[in-house]
Write a protein that binds this ligand. Structure first.
Ligand SMILES: Cc1cc2nc3c(=O)[nH]c(=O)nc-3n(C[C@H](O)[C@H](O)[C@H](O)COP(=O)(O)OP(=O)(O)OC[C@H]3O[C@@H](n4cnc5c(N)ncnc54)[C@H](O)[C@@H]3O)c2cc1C
Length: 545
């Protein structure tokens, strides 16, 4: 069962605690936030010889890639599976190897990595393009033409992202040429909604439901999401799902040493209060303790709503037009997150290395609307269940004889807004009772598929959108930054270099959500902020393999 026994950590704290006297000034760049985008930008700039400091307000590094431990268990919060890292030549894998010095290792999930339940029926998404296609054909033999055309279109749709990324990093005149080229090359359907594209290929609603069964990975049901984000996610997982060996916190743990090259560092408990401006230029940050840190490059990984709505002085945010631009984008969905601990191994309990997506019906949009209109009486229309300890071959080393489960479901901020001003962990009985009600409903959905777990659960807790705000500073608990609508992909201001000299953006709002999407944004930001040197990175990673 267990090979080695190490004490289970009572808490996970990756990164050094911030103190002004620990700073190693002067810095070449300051990064606000230690999400994967911020860490990637910092590691890449360090590789170019820059001294970079990453400032993270949370007690541990990683943003949504952080893990936490409690009551003898450990859970990740925003890393359930990553695609495109199985083969060493893929771009995501080369990037992860680069920023982690090759220290981050990956474990493959089951071949059928995602299982989509539509009502009482279930369908598997299977790793590898041929297997994926064959499994679809097995279930929908009369839909071969639609399936093949679908596979062709997701290749084209996801390919558009390379051009969109180039547009975001190239100087304006060249970017304009690339844009013209992209628009000329793009079929009209590329940035339609996912549902529009799929309904143009087939009228089989069950097939559409299966093909869009990963919509929770970007937070917008198919009638609202851009086909570009759908294609990117579908292609990302086409060769299967992978999990970081040792858990999500291994990301920050392995990337920080790269950031520390040239005297850089990553500090936690380091809340940035304001971006300092001088003569129209971003020149540093003011910390919550009043201390000021200066650098010629300021990179914000805090998301555009925080950056322009909170960190930038208001007159600058208004004059530069960014406050108006915020009106052109929406915040993504918020969720309930359930973290479960069991006193037996995944193997003994029969927990799979497969994600379960439980949908009540193939009408994803309608069931969601009905649920939001009447949450107490409607069945939760999407419940996602993940089994991290089953996916992680190193879990039992730290937690012998134990296992974990995580559940995610839609949970709007409004349900909890009345407690938003109250301190974390002390929101009172009514809040706890509401959480308990949702916990029980989610557990019942788990038992429907894993009845053997009834009576076996040792510990559980529920996070709400207020937790997402508290730990990662997303005000309405949005879990994917901005909504991935067709309009979002037309926003040219969502790019690394802002109109404000010295200020750059990175992370999921720049390209797309997802660990790989935010990581690529980190690279794009380093390319842009690195000046001439930055193009070495671009040539290394963006040039066709
Ligand atoms: C529940 C959930 C499940 C997910 N599952 C997956 C998955 O299976 N696979 C996948 O690829 N993606 C998944 N994602 C998405 C993925 O985790 C994110 O898209 C990605 O990690 C975002 O990275 P980022 O660089 O944008 O930064 P974030 O992770 O958003 O981090 C931003 C950081 O900035 C910090 N910050 C903000 N303001 C300040 C300030 N003023 N001072 C200092 N620090 C500040 C925050 O504390 C935070 O740490 C999931 C997300 C969630 C929430």
């Amino acid at each position: 069962m267990t090979t080695r026994s190490a004490p289970a950590p009572s808490t996970i704290r990756i990164g050094r605690r911030y103190r002004p006297n620990r700073l190693n000034t002067p810095y070449d760049a300051i990064v606000i936030g230690s999400g994967i985008g911020g860490m990637t930008a910092a590691a890449c700039l360090a590789e170019l010889g820059r001294r970079v400091v990453v400032l993270e307000q949370h007690y541990t590094a990683g943003g949504f890639t952080h893990s936490y431990a409690r009551n003898g268990y450990e859970w990740d919060v925003g890393v359930h599976y990553i695609g495109d890292v199985g083969a060493q030549h893929t771009m995501s894998r080369r990037m992860f190897d680069f920023i982690s010095g090759g220290e981050l290792k990956w474990a493959a999930m089951d071949d059928h990595f995602d299982r989509i339940f539509v009502g009482d029926e279930s369908y598997d998404l299977v790793a590898g393009p041929e297997n994926y296609r064959a499994e679809l054909l097995k279930n929908f033999p009369e839909e071969a033409t639609a399936i093949d055309e679908y596979l062709r279109r997701i290749a084209i749709g996801s390919g558009m992202m390379r051009l969109l990324t180039l547009e975001k990093i190239l100087p304006a005149p060249v970017a304009a040429l690339v844009r013209t080229w992209r628009r000329w090359r793009s079929p009209a359907w590329v940035n339609q909604t996912t549902r529009e594209v799929l309904e143009s290929l087939t009228s089989n609603q069950k097939l559409i439901a299966v093909l869009t069964g990963q919509w929770g990975d970007n937070g917008l049901p198919p009638a609202q999401s851009s086909f570009i984000i759908h294609s990117l996610i579908a292609r990302h997982y086409l060769y299967g799902g992978y999990y970081p060996v040792g858990g999500a916190s291994r990301m920050a743990e392995t990337i920080i040493p790269q950031i520390q090259k040239n005297g850089g560092d990553l500090f936690t408990y380091a809340s940035v209060e304001e971006i300092l401006m001088e003569n129209g230029r971003a020149v540093g940050v003011r910390m919550a303790d009043g201390h000021e840190i200066r650098a010629p490059i300021i990179i914000s990984n805090a998301g555009v709503f925080n950056t322009f709505g909170k960190l930038l002085p208001e007159d600058m945010a208004r004059r530069s037009g960014y406050l108006d631009k915020l009106k052109t984008v929406d915040r993504s969905m918020a969720s309930l997150g359930m973290y479960i601990g069991l006193r037996d191994t995944a193997e003994n309990l029969g927990l799979p290395k497969t994600n379960y997506w439980l949908y009540t019906s193939e009408d994803y949009e309608g069931s969601l609307d009905r649920f939001f209109a009447d949450p107490d009486n409607e069945t939760i229309p999407l419940v996602y269940i993940s089994f991290p300890s089953a996916k992680d071959p190193a879990f039992l080393d730290k937690y012998p004889g134990r296992s974990t489960i995580e559940i995610v479901a839609p949970g709007p901020h409004e349900w909890f807004a009345q407690w938003a001003d109250q301190p974390w962990g002390k929101r009172g009985e009514q809040y706890e009772a509401l959480k308990e009600k949702w916990s029980q409903r989610l557990l019942e959905r788990l038992y429907e598929h894993f009845p053997q777990l009834r009576g076996k659960i040792d510990y559980y807790e529920l996070s709400t959108p207020l937790s997402t705000d508290y730990f990662c500073r997303y005000e309405t608990g949005e879990i994917y930054g901005l909504d991935h609508t067709p309009e979002r992909f037309e926003q040219r201001w969502l790019k690394p270099k802002t109109k404000i000299p010295g200020l750059y953006l990175t992370g999921q709002d720049v390209l797309t959500c997802g660990v790989a999407g935010a990581m690529m944004a980190g690279l794009a930001t380093a390319v842009t902020a690195g000046g001439r040197d930055g193009w070495q990175l671009a040539r290394k990673f963006f040039a066709p393999a």
